[in-house]
Ligand binder design. Structure first.
Ligand code: HEC
Length: 139
């Protein structure tokens, strides 16, 4: 009788545990109905504005020159502290692009007189070349 009682208690308690466990397991996966609104699926798709206007390719060198300190010493058509860009264009050809770009970065004197050009060390070779290409296009 005693044993049976204990047995019943065990069965009862274990079934309670099981029930509580299974009960827990059952409650979690119950899907909570979320009202899906039409708006949430249709995110407003704004058309991004064009990043750069298309006509920059030809003027990139000029824009770089305008963005740097070059025009403090150079004018397109007249000598300032440095030679005019038109004179530079007359003196050099496309074969000199690399050397001229290097000169802009390193600075220097001697080709036009004793006044030195200040170095532009922050300038990339690529940008310096674009500046030179623009200058040489002024012939
Ligand atoms: C402080 C004044 C000064 C600034 C700023 C300056 N230059 Fe010059 N630049 C000169 C002088 C002076 C010369 C002539 C150097 C020489 O006699 O070799 C010169 C020469 C040049 C030449 C011809 C180089 C050669 O060997 O014939 C180019 C190309 C040139 N500059 C481009 C530029 C560009 C591009 C910038 C801007 C990033 C710039 N310069 C900024 C003063 C300046």
């Amino acid at each position: 009788m005693k044993i049976r009682c204990i047995h019943t208690i065990i069965i009862l308690s274990s079934s309670v545990i099981l029930w509580s466990c299974s009960n827990k397991n059952e409650t979690t996966p119950i899907p909570i109905p979320v009202p899906v609104t039409e708006q949430s699926t249709q995110a407003p798709a704004e058309i991004p504005a064009p990043v750069v206007s298309a006509n920059t390719s030809g003027n990139e060198g000029l824009q770089l020159i305008e963005g740097a300190d070059c025009l403090a010493c150079h004018k397109i058509d007249a000598k300032l502290i440095g030679p005019s860009y038109q004179e530079v264009a007359k003196k050099y050809t496309d074969a000199d692009i690399d050397q001229l770009a290097q000169k802009i970065i390193e600075g220097g004197k001697g080709n036009w007189g004793d006044i030195p050009m200040t170095p532009h060390e922050g300038l990339s070779k690529d940008h310096a070349k674009q500046m030179v290409k623009y200058i040489l296009s002024l012939k």
